[in-house]
Ligand binder design. Structure first.
Ligand code: DX5
Ligand code: ZN
Length: 220
């Protein structure tokens, strides 16, 4: 039976108690910390950047899965590597030379990730899938936590699963946005490996227990 790696998104954490919330994730069954960097240009919101990630790194031993929602991310790849980020995901829609961006991320010693907005078909990855250690399929339009899951994402997960398996790749499929206990089993069955959950975890009464429940869901 397959279960998902859970990556809580700190976007929904209490920033006044960030150390506490990072430690909560550390002491839970979460696999990774998911960190959302937004520039107010690629997405209509601004979140946090390098000083905050540096502070998180000090309290985190689990991998930092960093999701860049910024234009021209190549400018900062090296800087994120120096901060100790483990996975760096850029948006396909923000990269003019996606192949080069993924190559640079790997060259800096990080796992390479590419994220697709809901409107971008997975077929756009045909010619660079082997360069990605992770593909992040957005289940919502990026920019905000707490939005409803877009159901067309299931089709994209299944198509991507076929592309990855038919090529014998080990690329992980991550789904980000709108994840909760009602859709976790379906997402796993469609072929997802990693589930990012923000508001569902941090908005719950007992986030550690919520992470455990998400991590325990099995694909039928
Ligand atoms: C959205 C971010 C997500 C967000 C998910 O742009 O990339 O990581 O925090 O939040 P929920 O789980 O609340 O949809
Ligand atoms: Zn994200």
């Amino acid at each position: 039976m397959r279960t998902a790696k859970i990556a809580p998104s700190l976007l929904s954490a209490d920033f006044g108690n960030l150390q506490r919330d990072v430690e909560m994730v550390e002491n839970s069954q979460a696999a990774w910390h998911h960190l959302d960097v937004m520039d107010g240009v690629f997405v209509p919101n601004i979140s946090y950047g390098m000083p905050v990630i540096r502070a998180i790194r000090k309290h985190a031993s689990k991998p930092l899965d960093v999701h860049l929602m910024i234009v021209d991310p190549d400018r900062y790849i090296e800087a994120f590597a120096e901060l100790g980020c483990d996975h760096l995901t850029v948006h396909l829609e923000a990269c003019t030379h996606l192949h080069r961006s993924l190559q640079t991320i790997r060259g800096c010693g990080m796992k390479s990730g590419v994220a697709l907005n809901p409107h971008s078909p997975v077929s756009l990855l045909e010619d660079c899938l082997d360069m990605a250690d992770l593909v992040c399929l957005m289940g919502v339009n990026p920019g905000f936590g707490g939005q409803s899951f877009i159901r067309n994402t299931y089709k994209k997960i299944m198509e991507l699963r076929t592309m990855i398996d038919s090529r014998g790749l080990e690329t992980l499929i991550e789904v980000d946005g709108g994840v909760n206990l009602d859709n976790t089993a379906h997402l796993l069955e469609a072929g997802a490996d990693v589930l990012v959950a923000g508001s569902f975890v941090f908005g719950s009464e007992d986030p550690v227990a919520t992470i455990a429940r998400l991590a325990a869901v099995e694909a039928c």
